[in-house]
Design a binder for this molecule. Structure first.
Ligand SMILES: C[S@@+](CC[C@H](N)C(=O)[O-])C[C@H]1O[C@@H](n2cnc3c(N)ncnc32)[C@H](O)[C@@H]1O
Length: 284
């Protein structure tokens, strides 16, 4: 695991940003939609002149799909600390924009108090335990009074492998253990459990949380592949940034991932994890 002499920097992102990760994010987006069934929680009301932000937008898949459900009079703005994953084709869509921004820094004055809805999905491997509160405060600043914050995330360390046949998927167990240890050692603790409290503590009202277990058989193969790849992409990013005990090369990570795919093919094991959707409203 990480050499104890290495330290993480604020907001250090433990995933790679390349074509393979773009593809993984798109597949993961479809898996999430198959489980959630909505882009905006059904309690969030929409109207014709909304301004919506998606922070940590990645490829922009969420914005792309939300745009299809709302009139063009709604403005949809994506923010990310990097533009490496963003799908450039979305820049052609008239009411979608993209801006570089780090969630850990206050947003520019011209954006403060301008948004009806702020959405966040999956920042668990980006934020260390002490970074969730400042991130939520920065997001709240974007909202108009009465605006809604929707944050959906998971605790990667708590993902499990289920083995109905009782056959032990040895490669998968080993890689999961390595991935979980790496995240914990680099400070990416599972803060999603505290998110509802953080929303309340930061002054949001009408807060609620929905927890769903992701393991639907109809998207199981895709979910399995996204998890095998997230472990490989996470370990590759951590290996590039830090020394990792027990890992000497990226090739070794690729071989571990192939071992997981082999387990998935030869046993009836599958991955499962819980997703938390946390909602809050800025007081009027
Ligand atoms: C796991 S991806 C999720 C992308 C997208 N929300 C989705 O659900 O497909 C996390 C995204 O957050 C971005 N990110 C990481 N750290 C960030 C930060 N400090 N501020 C803003 N975005 C960040 C990454 O660049 C990446 O695009």
């Amino acid at each position: 695991m990480p050499d104890t002499t290495t330290t993480t920097s604020p907001g250090e992102y433990l995933l790679i940003r390349n074509a393979a990760e773009k593809e993984r994010l798109e597949m993961q987006f479809q898996v999430w939609q198959a489980h959630l069934g909505y882009l905006l929680h059904p309690t969030i009301k929409t109207h014709e002149h909304m301004r919506i932000a998606d922070v940590g937008t990645g490829t922009g898949a969420w914005l792309r799909e939300v745009a299809k459900t709302l009139p063009e009079t709604c403005q949809l703005d994506g923010f990310d600390v990097s533009d490496a994953l963003f799908d450039g084709r979305l820049s052609q869509v008239q009411n979608i924009s993209f801006r570089l921004h780090n969630i850990l820094r206050p947003f520019p004055e011209d954006l403060v108090g301008k948004y009806d809805i702020v959405n966040v999905r999956l920042l668990a491997v980006a934020l260390s335990s002490d970074e969730w509160v400042p991130a939520v405060r920065n997001l709240i600043a974007l909202l108009k009074p009465g605006g809604r914050l929707q944050w959906s995330d998971c605790a990667p360390q708590e993902g499990v492998i289920k083995t109905p046949s009782g056959v032990t998927p040895v490669h998968t167990k080993r890689m999961m253990e390595m991935f979980h240890k790496m995240l914990a050692a680099l400070g990416k603790t599972p803060e999603v459990h505290r998110l509802l409290d953080i929303f309340q503590q930061c002054g949001l009202v009408s807060c609620e949380e929905e927890i769903l277990t992701f393991e639907k058989p109809k998207v199981r193969d895709d979910l399995n592949l996204t998890i095998a790849n997230v472990m490989a992409h996470g370990l590759a990013a951590a290996f590039e940034l830090h020394k990792l005990e027990g890992i000497q090369s990226e090739q070794q990570i690729t071989e571990m991932r192939d071992g997981v795919l082999d387990d998935l093919r030869t046993t009836d094991c599958f991955f499962s994890y819980d997703v938390h959707v946390v909602l809050g409203q800025k007081p009027l």
